[in-house]
Design a protein. Structure first.
Length: 256
């Protein structure tokens, strides 16, 4: 049970790649995610006026899981968000905290939003904390999030990883397929922004590959994984599927 909770929490942290950031930021530390090499950060300087919607992402957020679902839903409804890069923490005065508070964790701000849509979001994500800026402030470390990431969830014959449970809990849509389907058409990975190789992946088949056809299939799959990552896609490997990561990216990870 503890192992499963750690896994789900790790994937929740990796919900950030579910939000296609513009510009792209570097990879967060952790063995479960592989992506293209980090680019030089290019942040915007932006003013945020009274009435700007604020979504906390630290201890001031009551539901630190469902909040990712709300953000994803806003992006799917053509609402642009701006994320403050921390550290340092940003001091912000809000309606609920008129004396001000330091916000960490990369809070999201929405400068232009549809009130009807926000009412729908509040009704759907009732436990998510939402506040409003009450005094103008300026941040020099802002990046814009313009679209919700499309997700490919790859499972084996038995759904061991159960990552779909987490995505469903966050109300984040995804396309679910199997290792067999992807093995037959590995290029489909290029159609998605985030590829999740859910436990148990292909590892068992790869380790027993002996005939030329099996070996060629391994080469094609691992090659397509590298192509996807080099093209700016994100990949997440869960549990025993991390063995797939070792085979696709042998210089970046070793399982002891």
């Amino acid at each position: 049970m503890a192992k499963r909770l750690v896994l789900l929490f790790a994937v929740a942290l990796l919900a950030v790649p579910l939000l296609a950031a513009v510009p792209s930021s570097g990879m967060e530390p952790g063995a479960m995610e592989t992506r293209a090499p980090a680019v030089t950060e290019r942040y915007e300087m932006m003013p945020f006026e009274n009435g700007t919607l604020l979504i906390p992402m630290d201890s001031m957020q009551a539901d630190r899981l469902s909040v990712f679902g709300m953000i994803h839903a806003l992006l799917r409804n053509d609402t642009q968000l701006h994320r403050l890069i921390t550290p340092p923490e940003q001091f912000i005065r809000t309606r609920n905290r008129p004396a001000g508070a330091n916000y960490s964790g990369g809070p999201f701000l929405v400068t232009e939003f549809n009130e009807t849509l926000m009412d729908e979001m509040r009704n759907k994500f009732q436990n998510v904390t939402v506040d409003y800026v009450s005094e103008l402030f300026i941040s020099s470390k802002v990046y814009s999030v313009k679209k919700a990431t499309s997700i490919l969830l790859i499972t084996g014959m038995y759904d061991w990883g159960r990552t779909h449970t987490l995505l469903d809990r966050m109300s984040i849509p995804y396309y679910k397929t199997t290792t067999t389907v992807v093995a037959g058409r590995p290029e489909m990975m290029l159609d998605y922004d985030l590829i999740i190789d859910d436990s148990k992946g292909w590892a068992a088949d790869w380790e027993s590959a002996s005939n030329p056809n099996q070996v060629q299939k391994v080469v094609q799959l691992t090659g397509m994984m590298r192509t996807a990552v080099n093209g700016g896609k994100h990949m997440i490997f869960t549990d025993i599927a991390m063995k797939d990561m070792v085979m696709a990216f042998p210089k970046y990870m070793t399982i002891v």
